[in-house]
Design a protein around this ligand. Sequence first.
Ligand code: UD1
Length: 419
Amino acid sequence: MDKILVHGGRPLSGNVRVSGSKNSALPILAATLLTRDECVIHHVPDLSDIHYMLQILSHLGAQVERASGTVTVKAEKIATEAPYELVRKMRASVCVLGPLLGRENEATVSLPGGCVIGDRPIDLHLKGFEALGAAVRVQGGNVKCFASQLKGAVIPLRGKFGSTVLGTDNIMMAAVLADGTTVIDGAAEEPEVVDLANFLNAMGAKIEGAGTRRIIVEGVKELHGAEHAVIPDRIEAGTFLVAGAIAGKEVKLTRANPTHLQSVIGALEKAGFRIESKKDSVTIHGNGAPTPLELITEPYPGFPTDMQAQMSALLCKTNGISTITENIFPQRFMHVSELKRMGANITLENATAIINGVDRLSGAPVMASDLRASAALVLAGLQADGVTEVNRVYHIDRGYEMIDEKLNALGAEIERVKV
Ligand code: UD1
């Protein structure tokens, strides 16, 4: 198991190219199961979560080829059961349910594993499949869905914590081959949902309204192969913007989409950083300690929960008190105890972190607990005195393509050590 050593205090400057979005690529790869034809997907990031998804597609019978960032999938004949050994490694494997059910009218998938960020139910996904006419059974750790033919329906998909991203993806993918029209009310508006809808439409689906709360899917008889380029990863981009805020003289992100980053850019500007956005690049200028902030995580276009931990790392060193309230995953604060080991002054009140700014952080051995928490620990290490040892970095490799190499190219000093 690798660990990462971050030598703090090195100034960052230069350009960094944003990878393709993990959260777009995963459901898009799952969607290739909806056709017998070949699909070609570009800008697929080289991440362990992507490898797990490709393993699941292969297990289901698809021919999968990968050449650098391009993945070709041909799912001429497919099985309908994804076993626990593959699914347990990643929660997003649940998004093969929709395409399997859509194409074969049946799907069995083990209940997923993935990031430990609190209770992560899939009740809304299952409710959506039932509304489309599927019978759903949860038995022995598996979800089994089957139908004679899915039928379009009006599906209210909002839950206690708002919209669901993978739930919206799953229902869209099941509905594209259903009889009649499906209306998803309370759909997630995230750019990754739009990216998936664009890919499905390129395959011959008829989807309107992706990116709004109401998505309309008119069922078609079959889908054909398509070629698609995955959008830039807004969370990786946001993480590098925070790195630029923490240690940057001037850090420029290329192949970035500033529109998708508006809430993150807005928060960093409020914290006092100068940011220039162009069509597909964003540049941040370092400016010393940030001004304290009050942040609340919300569904897109609000401030993303996937940037909460990284922003907490930034706000550890300020002249004042910041608060971050987690509205999507109220238990997502595993990074807090590790940041405290580095000298941060943070208290938790229900789902709010109260961050009392300190003058310095000091390097310490810390434990990564989930994907974004591990990124936050690397970011904290960039601004700490001495060396920060981040253990269990397999979490970071799930979602950041070569984060150590990319940061080192900007001037950081990060070593990866095999343990
Ligand atoms: C996706 C992202 C993840 C991000 C999250 C929220 C992927 C692969 N992952 O996860 O990085 O943090 O969106 O932006 O795209 N919920 C229910 N019932 C359900 C489904 C969800 O109650 O059936 C709740 C969740 O517990 C959570 C909220 O709804 O409180 C939002 O979760 P959801 O949008 O579904 O997250 P994911 O799609 O799993």
